[in-house]
Design a protein around this ligand. Structure first.
Ligand code: UD1
Length: 431
């Protein structure tokens, strides 16, 4: 079994460059199915299993997907061969459900397996379905599949999302690009990845306005074409390295990190006593003075991101005093706590809050990553702990962090991966 071994206690210093955002590439890959003509070329695509998986899903629908060594991904969906996505591929990753909106808008039909729950929560898709129905689709759930169809064309409509959902905003926005007339998505999610998707859709010929605010307006067009697009830097990867700098009391420049995408993390780090300087090309994080406990609550963007909650909690375990971390998005996103306890941490769970009693010394232990960001939190804790930490469950980490081990080593971390080479990824070849 592959593991990551860390000898903790080394201060991280230097510069690390972040990759393109996984969570921006995935919706753009799904949206490329909307293009009846032309090729899409996405630049700054990271090598991650999630990207490979979605490439397999779009290829199963008849599209072409080629990922090259230099981080560019070419997609072409001129001829789709089916509107049913296979269970075996979709079950690997929830974001596969995002092909539903483009298929519905372009062909009038989709049949996509209902994503199951996952380790961090139930994660229903009722708001995606609400969006499709508002645009005139008939949607049913049968035999484990969500199936939607519309007789002629989708019709623009006013859609109010009951929950601020990234996925439902994305799916509704993509579907509305080819609807007849105007769509208004109210209570839309405002994540930077949604703005990036809107920019790509507009490059394809769509008319999307207001992305990044809670009301998005879409004027439907008749057809879309492939387009070139460079994705934004990964704010969650950037935030993870910023927290790695803080937990090792180090000094790291995170090249490519965009301050506006990470303002809540920067504010919370400053509140804890960490020095954060934003520069035109990245963010520098320095932790050389005493740090103080803080309270953190996850919220939709621009609030504190749930995808950095576990890593922030790991930092707070190293700051003496009581910190409280409240998770408002997912009902079960504290699985890392049980593993962190094995490293000598005192954390009590009370409902949706974790009460963290920080300690001056974590102790290395064998721990298991239960999900992607939990895995990152354990690696961070290992970098700060006394002695050796062994992290298992690397398949989760490989979904979202490219070159994690070599990037941390380059910053001075004492960390190796027992299967040495980075994730055994294959290149996606043309079909
Ligand atoms: C995306 C991100 C994920 C991040 C999450 C929240 C990707 C690939 N994934 O996931 O990393 O943690 O945003 O920032 O970009 N909900 C419903 N009904 C729905 C849809 C969502 O109740 O129809 C709930 C979910 O269960 C969750 C909350 O809304 O509690 C937010 O989920 P959502 O924003 O949709 O997350 P994803 O798009 O799945």
């Amino acid at each position: 079994m592959a593991t990551i071994k860390i000898h903790g206690g080394y201060r991280l210093a230097g510069t690390v460059r972040v990759d393109g955002a996984k969570n921006a590439v995935l919706p753009i890959m799904a949206a490329s199915l909307l293009a009846e003509t032309g090729e899409t070329c996405i630049e700054e695509v990271p090598y991650l299993t999630d990207i490979e998986n979605l490439a397999d899903v779009v290829r199963s629908l008849g599209a072409r997907a080629e990922l090259s060594h230099n981080g560019s991904l070419k997609l072409s969906a001129e001829r789709l061969t089916t509107t049913t996505a296979p269970y075996e591929l979709v079950r690997k990753m929830r974001a596969s459900f995002w092909v539903a909106g483009p298929l519905l808008a372009r062909t009038g039909h989709f049949r996509v397996p209902l994503p199951g729950g996952c380790n961090i929560g139930e994660r229903p898709v009722d708001q995606h379905i609400k969006g499709f129905e508002a645009l005139g689709a008939h949607v049913a759930i049968e035999h484990g599949y969500v199936e939607g169809y519309v007789k002629d064309r989708l019709r623009g409509a006013r859609v109010y999302l009951d929950i601020v959902s990234v996925g439902a905003t994305i799916n509704t926005m993509m579907a509305a690009t080819l609807a007849e007339g105007q769509t208004l998505i109210e209570n839309a999610a405002k994540e930077p990845e949604i703005v990036d998707l809107a920019n790509y859709l507009n490059a394809m010929g769509a008319k999307v306005r207001g992305a990044g605010t809670d009301v998005i307006r879409i004027e439907g067009v008749k057809c879309l074409h492939g387009a070139a697009h460079t994705v934004i830097p990964d704010r969650i990867e950037a935030g993870t390295y910023m927290l790695a700098a803080a937990i090792t009391r180090g000094d790291v420049f995170v090249e490519g990190a965009i301050y506006n995408h990470l303002s809540s993390l920067c504010a919370k780090l400053r509140e804890a006593g960490v020095t954060v300087e934003d520069d035109i090309s990245g963010i520098r994080v320095r932790a050389d003075g005493p740090l103080h406990p803080i309270d953190v609550k996850t919220l939709p963007h621009p609030g504190f991101p749930t995808d950095l909650q576990a890593q922030m909690l790991a930092l707070l375990t190293t700051i003496e005093g009581v910190s409280i971390v409240t998770e408002t998005l997912y009902e079960n996103r504290f699985l890392h706590v049980a593993e962190l306890r094995r490293m000598g941490v005192d954390v009590k769970l009370e409902g949706r809050s974790a009460i963290v009693e920080g300690v001056s010394n974590l102790t290395g232990a064998r721990v298991n990553a239960t999900d992607l960001r939990a895995g990152a939190a354990l690696v961070l804790a290992g970098l700060a702990a006394n002695g050796e930490t062994v992290v298992t469950g690397l398949e989760h980490l490989d979904r979202g962090y490219g070159d994690l081990v070599s990037k941390l080593r380059q910053l001075g971390g004492y960390i190796v991966r027992t299967d040495e080479a980075q994730p055994p990824l294959r290149l996606v070849t043309a079909n």
